[in-house]
Design a protein around this ligand. Structure first.
Ligand SMILES: C[S@@+](CC[C@H](N)C(=O)[O-])C[C@H]1O[C@@H](n2cnc3c(N)ncnc32)[C@H](O)[C@@H]1O
Length: 274
């Protein structure tokens, strides 16, 4: 199954948009959209951590690779005056991203359907690139990083919030939110990523292993999901409307994979040196 199919096959965008319009007639807040547009471990809290890095560097032209349903793009748009562009290989995510932006008071930002391994931009087009849980699906990490370097200005920054291969990768259990089976998951170790970054022309500035917080966050989500089955106060939208019923198994598998060291979650910041 190709990666577009993984993300599109169970996407119930019409039902999702109708529910949002009905439940939030004045438009949903970014927090109310988070269950379906922050599709990474750590949710909106992890996106806040990325925004703290942007506050330090104040980039003007930001590219998000693998922008999905666009939660991070809308957060950036609502807080920074920078120009934000998203790209994603899953066309239906891009359509959903635009439709969700229309429901909020965010201004529209360009979203392009393309492959991160072949970016349709001129050299030096951006001064910051962000990948949040996107490298994990990209077969050729080195090629993607070379493309990032090409479209980044000299001294531009690359911010990564990614799932990496842990020390016990043989214990990996599927499905997980980014892959129903091993052929869709392209995890590499922190050491391999560091080497590829250096070879591609990036200097690593900060690297934080966020696995313990990620595990605690996922456990809290699991508790909320269990109680929300019976609660009228449960969020009206859920990742199940994007990933299908298999999400009920994907969430617990993330806990198992983090607990057993099959995967790790890292946040890295790098600077283009070439
Ligand atoms: C786990 S989702 C994360 C989405 C979003 N970053 C978020 O955190 O909510 C991974 C995203 O990467 C996109 N993706 C996977 N492979 C890609 C590629 N080669 N080029 C561009 N996007 C890709 C998928 O379509 C999906 O939207």
């Amino acid at each position: 199954m190709d990666i577009e199919h993984h993300y599109s096959a169970h996407m119930a965008e019409t039902a999702l948009l109708n529910t949002l319009k009905e439940c939030y007639p004045a438009g949903p807040t970014l927090y109310q959209l988070a269950p379906i547009d922050q599709l990474h471990i750590g949710g909106i809290k992890a996106s806040e951590k990325l925004l703290q890095q942007l506050e330090q560097t104040q980039p003007r032209r930001i590219l998000e690779i693998g922008s999905g349903a666009g939660g991070l793009m809308r957060m950036i748009n609502s807080r920074f005056s920078a120009e934000v562009t998203g790209i994603d290989i899953t066309h239906r995510f891009n359509t959903l991203n635009r439709a969700l932006t229309v429901l909020t008071d965010n201004s529209a930002a360009p979203v392009i359907t393309c492959d991160a391994q072949q970016l349709p931009f001129a050299d030096n087009r951006f001064d910051c690139i962000i990948l949040q849980h996107s490298l994990l699906n990209i077969p050729d990490t080195g090629r993607c990083l070379q493309e990032c370097l090409r479209v980044l200005d000299g001294n531009g920054s690359l911010l990564l919030h990614e799932v990496l291969e842990g020390p016990h990768s043989a214990r990996m259990t599927y499905p997980v939110p980014w892959a129903r089976s091993a052929d869709q998951s392209h995890l590499i170790t922190f050491d391999t990523l560091s080497t590829l970054l250096e070879r591609s022309g990036f200097q690593l500035s900060t690297a934080e292993n966020w696995s313990e917080e990620a595990l605690q966050w996922r456990q809290r989500q699991a508790d909320k999901e269990k109680h929300s089955e019976k609660s009228p106060a449960a969020p009206p939208v859920s990742p199940i409307q994007i990933l299908g019923e298999a999400f009920k198994q994907m969430g617990p598998n993330v806990i198992t994979n983090l607990s057993e060291g099959a995967v790790e979650v890292w946040q890295l910041s790098c600077t283009a040196t070439l």
